[in-house]
Ligand binder design. Structure first.
Ligand code: NAD
Length: 260
């Protein structure tokens, strides 16, 4: 078991990538805080992990709320004895061009990804620094942390911002034994992407099949989607990695869509 004795919190853990990471961590012996905006779904996921023999706590948490983040992280640390691993993963997509996007939608997407990334990281760092046993921060970026696509401006900007947060935490955390890394997935067929496919197809005047082959997967090496299992494997590898040889990195998991 790679994470025995570790306490992890995963945000956006009721669905998609976060759910797969929460399951992978619990399978490897971590005690897991399952945080999500959807409190009932977070509790259901935590119950699933407990039924499988793990230890887990459901946390209803809006990552854009300073009070909810602080209370949730503090409650988890009090229950399980500190925090060793953060996976800041909660997010959503909003399709709009920069010329069209409303200020409200711009702020909404920056709030969930950037404010959420900051608030959860700060709350966990305070525990990690005080505990004196190090820790690891994993932020969920995207290939859009490194590239732009049309109709995804606010998301692209937010995901680029997380790269800066990751690199800063890697530098500041080093003195406390805290590492920080960014996972950059390509397209994974979670609810976030299933919702996007028909919307993008309509915007571009393409069939969904054409959108997938000629746009979404066009620049991968093999025309394959990345899977939730692929991302959970990388999140596990990063959480279990033993030293600061691996910090401040952004790791593409995208079937070669981006190689930078
Ligand atoms: P998803 O829609 O399956 O899951 C996202 C989860 O985040 C949901 O459970 C939702 O309730 C939760 N959430 C949304 N807003 C929240 C908030 N304010 N506070 C707390 N929880 C909130 O999506 P996913 O594909 O699993 O995405 C997870 C992360 O991965 C996101 O940050 C997304 O940008 C990123 N990502 C996804 C892909 C992909 O192709 N699916 C690619 C690159 C990056």
């Amino acid at each position: 078991m790679k994470l025995t004795g570790k306490v992890a919190v995963v945000t956006g853990a009721a669905s998609g990538l976060g759910a797969a990471i929460a399951r992978a961590y619990a399978n490897e012996g971590a005690r897991v805080g399952v945080a999500d905006l959807d409190a009932a779904a977070a509790e259901a996921m935590a119950a699933e992990l407990r039924a499988a023999g793990g230890e887990a706590m459901g946390l209803g948490m809006d990552v854009t709320s300073e009070a909810q983040v602080t209370q949730g992280i503090d409650a988890l640390a009090a229950k399980f004895g500190g925090i060793d691993i953060l996976v800041s993963n909660a997010g959503f997509q909003h399709l709009d061009s920069i010329a069209d996007v409303s200020f409200d939608n711009w702020k909404r997407i920056l709030a969930v990804h950037l404010d959420g990334g900051f608030l959860t990281t700060r709350a966990c760092l305070r525990h990690m620094y005080a505990q004196g046993r190090g820790g690891t921060v994993i932020l969920m970026g995207s290939i859009h942390s490194k590239e732009a696509s049309v109709s995804k401006g606010p998301y692209v900007v937010a995901k680029h911002g997380l790269l800066g947060l990751c690199r800063t935490v890697a530098k500041e955390g080093a003195a406390h034994g805290v590492r920080a890394n960014l996972i950059c997935p390509g397209f994974v067929r979670t609810p976030l992407v299933e919702k996007q496919i028909p919307e993008l197809a309509a915007r571009m005047g393409l069939s969904e099949a054409k959108l997938i082959s000629d746009v979404i997967l066009r620049t991968t090496v093999d025309g394959e989607f990345t899977t939730v299992g692929d991302i959970a494997e990388v999140a596990l590898f990063l959480a279990a990695f033993p030293s600061a040889a691996l910090t401040g990195q952004s790791i593409n998991v995208s079937h070669g869509w981006n190689m930078g």
